[in-house]
Ligand binder design. Sequence first.
Ligand code: LMR
Length: 406
Amino acid sequence: LFDAVPQAPEDPLFGLMAAYRKDTHEKKVDLGIGAYRDNNAKPWVLPVVKKADKILRDDPDLNHEYLPIAGLPEFTLAAQKLILGPDSPAIKEGRATSLQTISGTGAVHLGGLFLSRFLPKPTPAIYLSNPTWANHNQIFTNIGMPIKSYPYFSAKTKMLDLDGLLSTLKAAPEKSIVLLHACAHNPTGVDPTQDQWKQIAEVCRERSLFPFFDCAYQGFASGDLATDNWAIRYFVEQGLELIIAQSFAKNFGLYGERAGAFHFVAAPGSKAQDVTKRVASQLAVLQRSEISNPPAYGARIASIVLNDKALFAEWEEDLRTMSGRIIEMRKSLKAELDKLDTPGNWDHITSQIGMFSFTGISEAQVLAIREKWHVYMTKNGRISMAGLNTSNVKYVAEALDDVVRH
Ligand code: LMR
């Protein structure tokens, strides 16, 4: 039956990780996957997560029963407050509903499934930024949603292509879906300014476009949780109906625990509460058929921290440790390239934000730097800044310098 199944290519990111692990070169550097590393290139368990883990393990009532279909209520409510803001009009007016998901990926998938099931047929296209996280394409393709793209990054200025973005969205058919990275855009590290977000919100309103926010890096862009969610809060204040995929993989370092949430926010109005209730009921049906109910551990850890004032403050401190080290590495890399007088303009290394930098080097140069210097990054020239540390930043600068000169 399956004789004709073609061989699928390896996942580019996880394939890269496997190639890095196999490499025995002593100076190899992993700038591939977006996962935080400490200054010794080691995974970092957040101190606040260690504390929460102890609290959890010491709980005599802890058991391994199923969570409700929509997940752990203490977690989803805290996640909702975190993403919308504790004083959000959507929360006060009872027009937000949230489900726990298999991290951000699960939330993006659930969102896609919900849209393709309940939007009028034919399902409108979802507009993805060019470029975007590679998995976005894969997830929406699997669901069978038509995919289009909007310009995002200008290779020339290494900044946001605002004109391209706005003109494409202005020409998009009404009710199209627009996927927006809430902060710390992956892969470019370029975010709209607040003024630019206002213009994007305006187009969404004018053209009746439906915003779908993906928020995987809250806390990594500005180092401040509320600032990083400014765009989402602004869109909600503007009365736009929207959905959000939220991941706790990066900001809690809970990568493998798959803790995330999906949020629906109805537009304000007399029907809003009723719509929200009905949407929640349908989301629960979708969730039940897909995963029955979500995994408990990561959500329990995040929930302990999110619901305790003192632990929350410690978490913010841990976030500043991570984002602060990344900012230091941006400065060091830029300084090393300046010292080498590396051809080209490298200002974007320090002006871009979040976990990633889009170096601007070509695919051939990416392959050359891997071959010759054992420095691993994705083919589009994206580097995870967290892979840099005080011991390897000079080496990486030399490697970059070498490949751009040849
Ligand atoms: C990344 O882009 O490196 C991360 O979001 C990890 C992933 O799952 O792709």
